[in-house]
Design a protein around this ligand. Sequence first.
Ligand code: AP5
Ligand code: MG
Length: 214
Amino acid sequence: MKIIMLGAPGAGKGTQAQKIAAKYDIPHISTGDIFRANIKNNTELGKKAKEYMDQGLLVPDELTCDLVTDRIQQDDCKNGFILDGFPRTIPQAEALTNALNKLGTAMDYAIDVDVPDENIVNRMSGRRACLKCGATYHIVTIPPKKEGICDKCGAELVQREDDAPETVQKRLTVYHEQTQPLIDYYKKAGILKTVDGTKDLEDVFKSITDILGA
Ligand code: AP5
Ligand code: MG
């Protein structure tokens, strides 16, 4: 099963992608997590990506496309994968379509987690993230069992640098300009499914598993 998670920053793509990956036993590939891991390890890619991420801008396509098209050809992706945060521009979507075409395959589902802008800033200000395993919490709606500590791996939780309210506003603008057109792209491809992302975490998950089946 090959799935794309679409949705605004803070819509819950990462939260749902982790649960889907565990349920269907497929890798969760988040470009945001890959960039953050590179920033933490101070790699060349991390240094370049940070310049854009700190401003709420997209990392250029040339740094992003090959990274993902290479990743999905690794062994663990044989039975499928879930993409979270990629594609984010029409050229990225085209690069993905072409790479899969060459492999004689295509994506199965593009799931748009729909959340209006007014709900987003609240979610982001309460978000706490684990940079070690990628788990995500919210101090009010999805708190960790022990404050500041990841339930899954025990690492310390942090507030993401790009979750400052001004940067969130910028990310929303960038989303509407550059990423929202993908909804139409995947509608035309016949694989778009939309779920209401304002519901509780488990209700959103149920809407998604109803679509995916089993
Ligand atoms: P990325 O890491 O992908 O960030 P994003 O798309 O802005 O999305 P977020 O991770 O902020 O939100 P999410 O939808 O995953 O929500 P979450 O589950 O955490 O990208 C960061 C940056 O990297 C980009 O700005 C860009 O610079 C760069 N980048 C990455 N990919 C790129 C690409 N392909 N091309 C170019 N640049 C790229 O949930 C949010 C909060 O809400 C959490 O606190 C969570 O606990 C809570 N929550 C989730 N679901 C619910 C619910 N149902 N009810 C209540 N609270 C909920
Ligand atoms: Mg995320």
